[in-house]
Design a protein around this ligand. Structure first.
Ligand code: AMP
Length: 304
C-alpha cells in the first residue's frame, strides 16, 4: 500500500493579510505527500530541486517518512519558485511570479521498484511531465490528477492528452469553468468527464467541494474556521487527504469516494491554520478522524 506522488517541490514567497514569508518550503508534491502520509506510508515522491533547497525542507519530508529516492537534486540548479499574494477575501489570489527553474528540463525517472504502485497522484506540474510519469507506470489502478489555470491556459493540448489517462481530476471552480468553457459547475463537470476522468472534484475555496460522477453529485461543506492564516497548499492537501484515504482503503465505491472527499477537506482545513507546510507537520490520525466526524455533524439535520 503506497502512493506515488509527482509534483513541484518549491520555495514559495507568500503574502497574506496576516503576514508574509519568503522562500518557504512548499510545492504541490510537498503538500500532497505530507497530507497523504497520515493515511499510508511511505509515500514515494517524484520531483526535482536545486542545490539551494534547504536542509529543513528535506528534514520536513523525511520526518513524514516520505521516500525521496525519486527526488532528483540538481546541485548547480535553482529550485522551482512561486510567489503569490492573497486578497482580504482569501479566496482571491494573484500569482506574482512562477519560475520553473530546474523543472524546465526535468525528465522524471520512476525508480524500477516503484513502477507497480497502484495509486498515483499527479500533482500540479506541466502536463507533459505528468504524462511521462504515467507512461512509466505499470497499469496503476487509481490515477488522481490536479492542475491549474497556468497549464489550462498555457498547455491546453498537452493537458487534454493527460486527462485521457486519469480517473479523477481535482480542480477549483474557476479552473473548471476555464477548462470546460461552461459557467455552470454541474455542466462543467459533465464536459470535463467527456475529456477522460470519470470523477471530477471541484473545489470552491472556503465554500467546500463538489464530487461529480455520472451517478453522484455530492456536496462537501468546508470546515467553518475562524483563523485562516495561509490558504497556500489547501488544494494540494485536499488532494493528499483524498488519495491517501483511497490508497488506504483501495475502494473506489461511491460511498468511499465521498469519505475521501471529507478526508481531503479535513486535511485542507489543518493546512490553512498555519503558514506554509506547518499545518501538516504534527497531526495525528486520531485528530484527523475527529475532524472527519465533525464534518458529518456540519450538515446533519432531522427530517421533521
Ligand atoms: P495550492 O494552494 O494548493 O493551489 O498550491 C500551492 C502550491 O502550488 C505552492 O506551494 C506552489 O509552489 C505550487 N505551484 C504554484 N504554481 C505552480 C505551477 N505552475 N506548477 C507547479 N506548482 C505550482
Amino acid at each position: 500500500m503506497s502512493v506515488l506522488v509527482v509534483g513541484s517541490v518549491a520555495l514559495d514567497t507568500i503574502e497574506t493579510p496576516f503576514g508574509s514569508v519568503k522562500d518557504a518550503v512548499g510545492g504541490s508534491a510537498t503538500y500532497i505527500s505530507a497530507a497523504a502520509s497520515y493515511f499510508v506510508s511511505p509515500i514515494r515522491l517524484v520531483g526535482v530541486v536545486g542545490g539551494d533547497f534547504p536542509r529543513k525542507g528535506m528534514a520536513f519530508l523525511e520526518e513524514r517518512n516520505i521516500d525521496l529516492e525519486g527526488l532528483e537534486i540538481i546541485a548547480d540548479g535553482k529550485t522551482f519558485r512561486w510567489s503569490g499574494r492573497y486578497h482580504y477575501d482569501l479566496n482571491m489570489r494573484d500569482t506574482l511570479s512562477t519560475d520553473l527553474n530546474v523543472f524546465e528540463h526535468f525528465d522524471p525517472k520512476i525508480p524500477e521498484r516503484h513502477r507497480k504502485i497502484r495509486t498515483v497522484c499527479l500533482g500540479n506540474i506541466d502536463p507533459v511531465l505528468q504524462r511521462k510519469v504515467l507512461q512509466q507506470m505499470d497499469n496503476p489502478r487509481i490515477v488522481v490528477c490536479d492542475t491549474m489555470n497556468y497549464w489550462i491556459n498555457g498547455k491546453r493540448d498537452e493537458l487534454l492528452k493527460t486527462l485521457k489517462m486519469i480517473n479523477v481530476l481535482i480542480l477549483n471552480d474557476s479552473e473548471a469553468r476555464l477548462l470546460s468553457g461552461e459557467p455552470n459547475l454541474i455542466k462543467s463537470a459533465k464536459v470535463i468527464r467527456t475529456m477522460g476522468p470519470s470523477v471530477v472534484i471541484i473545489k470552491k475555496g472556503e465554500h467546500g467541494a463538489l464530487l461529480l460522477t455520472d451517478s453522484v453529485a455530492f456536496s462537501a461543506p468546508a470546515y467553518p474556521m475562524e483563523n485562516i492564516f495561509d490558504p497556500t497548499g489547501a488544494g494540494d492537501s485536499f488532494a493528499g487527504g483524498f488519495i491517501g484515504w483511497l490508497a488506504r482503503t483501495e475502494d473506489m465505491s461511491e460511498e468511499n469516494l465521498k469519505r475521501a472527499v471529507i478526508y481531503g477537506s479535513a486535511l485542507a482545513s489543518f493546512c490553512v491554520e498555519k503558514f506554509g507546510v506547518e499545518g501538516l507537520a504534527d497531526l495525528t490520525y486520531l485528530r484527523i478522524q475527529d475532524r472527519f466526524r465533525e464534518f458529518r455533524e456540519l450538515s446533519r439535520f432531522d427530517e421533521d
